[in-house]
Design a protein around this ligand. Structure first.
Ligand SMILES: [Zn+2]
Length: 614
């Protein structure tokens, strides 16, 4: 164990302004002789966390979190007591004298950091000097990653074939350290390099020390491997080591931290080259998670840098709906780290957009800013991915989609945020808010496990799209009573498009051929779609009135038809109005005023029509 003497801890504490430290995690304002802020440990909108300067400490009246500057850093940065003191000491410009305890690992840590630094320099030298790295240099150039940028990020090239091991031996470095860093492998008792022929991206700790690597295969090698049927990863990352846990470390966070606070946003990109391209173009507030999906630990850490919805996930358009992106969003929701999701247009990735280096155009920057400004809320993105066209879903699919989204909302730690998210879901699916809140509280009904299909079962027939009650009843009335058909069309404005395909074929036939009897209708329906033929049979077999009731009068049926068609048309209008509402939101986000105006006028026309029907 490493120890820090009491006197040194006291010195650091005295030199530290807790208000300033807290300001890195929350917006602090003065209140009387103390300070207040929204608690950095729980989601809230009005400040309940007090910072006392007399006996420097903080206390949250909401979640009871409390402590001094050291415990604040410990909890927010997820580091040990010693590391927290070290962080504060650096801030205050104090050099600590650490004492090695009996079971010391500080010594080993330092040795590992030194070994990683040695490997980084070796890889760097190879990249810029080795003839074998010519392709790598050409690749970086083709990605328009300039030498200055590559040097800033300390990119390298792994030659492989034991070159790192040899260099370490010559230098007299303990090879066991490289093994612990996962930079060597044992091949039949012979120690050799783990990484070979890859561009090396160092991953740094919060002080900027390289502690691990992500190695990228060159495109040509990637293609060759694919053709040879060898499965190799485009990126290979370190396994966890004593210095590095991939669930914790974020590429470029050590540099992005300050920039993100200044810019008021932290952008999470997909890969290290994206981050570098953005950095070249002047966006230093970008990071990437490497070698794993976003973990809860990442989410907490990133949120602690900016917080309060200023964390932006930037996704490639073609991958925006992918499982990994959705998983990342769910992880953020579950730990109470609100994110926004910005999606690049299909044909662009950030590296391509911004990689022009010094010559990056104002247009490219404007595009980038526009994409970021159009970022949507996490829940909004989930809704659009899970159910892009809510109005097209039949009831069963709607319930499934609602449950899928609520499944991501339910773990949100803050009750108020959870309720607001449920309202967003309700609006999207056009369901009353209180019903959505209820469903959120209840959880989905347990589903009976589907019986596995029998081995030689015939392929299940695809069922016809479900009709709602009004649609079903109207078709039934029109099949049973040919005299109602002209009335439905002429007096009530019923049209084939008022039912979904292929039902529209049947309805069209009924309205166009009012004189056809049941057999003629059924045979025409069967010709169009055998399933429709069966459906006509079912409609005809269903009694028009409950068994035992008096046979229906024609006048009653006419009256009922009028009501049913009105119900149907109002339902369709409401769906169309809701759909326009979604399009209006999109146009508002895109600030497309021309489209917005057209949509508004279309919507008010439909709203008028709906009122007239009522
Ligand atoms: Zn709190």
């Amino acid at each position: 164990m490493v120890r820090i003497g009491e006197d040194q801890v006291r010195r650091v504490k005295e030199a530290t302004d807790i208000v300033q430290v807290m300001s890195e995690y929350a917006a602090v304002r003065k209140s009387g002789k103390n300070f207040v802020c929204c608690c950095p440990f729980h989601q809230e909108r009005s400040p309940s966390c007090y910072i006392y300067t007399e006996d420097p400490s903080y206390y949250c009246f909401g979640c009871k979190a409390h402590g001094d500057a050291i415990s604040l850093v410990q909890k927010k940065e997820n580091v040990s007591f010693v590391d927290a003191v070290e962080i504060l000491a650096r801030r205050a410009g104090i050099t600590l004298v650490l004492q090695e305890g009996p079971a010391g690992n500080r010594g080993e840590r330092d040795a590992l950091v030194a070994a990683a630094a040695f490997a980084t320099s070796f890889y760097e030298r190879c990249l810029w000097e080795a003839p074998e790295a010519a392709d790598a240099r050409a690749y970086l150039e083709s990605r328009r990653l300039g030498r200055a940028s590559c040097e800033r990020f300390r990119l390298g090239w792994s030659l492989g074939r034991g070159s790192l091991v040899d260099a370490a031996r010559r230098k007299g470095l303990d090879l066991a350290l490289l093994a612990k860093l996962d930079l060597t492998v044992d091949r039949d008792g012979r120690l050799t390099d783990r990484f070979y022929e890859r561009v090396m991206f160092p991953i740094c700790d919060r002080f900027g020390n390289p502690i691990a690597f992500s190695g990228r295969l060159l495109p040509a090698a990637e293609k060759a491997a694919k053709e040879a049927g060898r499965g190799v990863g485009k990126y290979v990352n370190n396994t966890d080591t004593p210095l590095y846990q991939k669930g914790h470390i974020v590429f470029n966070l050590h540099r992005a931290r300050t920039a993100a606070r200044d810019a008021g946003r932290l952008i999470v990109m997909e890969g290290p080259t994206d981050v570098m391209a953005a950095d070249q173009a002047g966006y230093a507030e970008c990071v990437a998670v490497l070698g794993t999906a976003l973990t809860p630990e990442h989410a907490r850490q990133l949120n602690s840098v900016v917080g309060d919805g200023r964390l932006i996930l930037l996704l490639d358009g073609d991958r925006a709906g992918q499982t990994n992106a959705l998983k990342g969003i769910r992880t953020c929701l579950a730990v109470g780290a609100p994110v926004k999701v910005a999606i690049l247009p299909d044909e662009l990735d950030p590296a391509e957009l911004l990689a022009a280096g010094d010559t990056v155009t104002p247009e490219a920057k404007a595009t980038f800013e526009r994409v970021l400004a159009g970022a949507r809320s996490d829940v909004d993105h989930l809704l659009r991915t899970v159910a892009p066209r809510p109005y097209d879903l039949d009831r069963e699919a709607l319930v499934a989609a609602v449950d899928e989204v609520l499944g991501s909302v339910r773990p949100m730690p803050d009750e108020e945020q959870r309720r607001l998210a449920a309202h967003e879901v309700a609006e999207w699916f056009n369901v009353p808010r209180d019903r959505m809140e209820k469903r959120l509280a209840e959880g989905p009904a347990p589903r009976a496990p589907a019986a596995p299909p029998a081995e030689d079962a015939p392929p299940a027939e695809i069922p016809l799209p479900k009709l709602d009650n009004a649609q079903d009843r109207i078709l039934q009335l029109l099949v049973a009573r040919p005299t109602l058909r002209p009335i439905a069309a002429d007096e009530h404005g019923l049209e084939p498009s008022h039912v979904p395909p292929p039902w529209d074929t049947l309805l069209g036939h009924l309205l166009m051929q009012p004189e056809d009897d049941f057999h003629a209708v059924q045979s025409a329906a069967t010709t169009a779609d055998p399933r429709l033929g069966d459906a006509v049979g079912r409609l005809a077999r269903t009694p028009l009135v409950p068994r035992g009731a008096a046979p229906p009068e024609d006048a009653d049926l006419r009256h009922e038809l009028a009501l049913q068609v009105r119900t149907l048309r109002r339902g369709l209008l409401r769906t169309a109005i809701h759909r326009l509402g979604v399009a209006i939101q999109d146009a508002e986000r895109a600030r497309d005023m021309v489209k917005l105006k057209a949509l508004f006028s279309e919507r008010s026309a439909l709203q008028r029509e709906e009122r007239d029907l009522g």
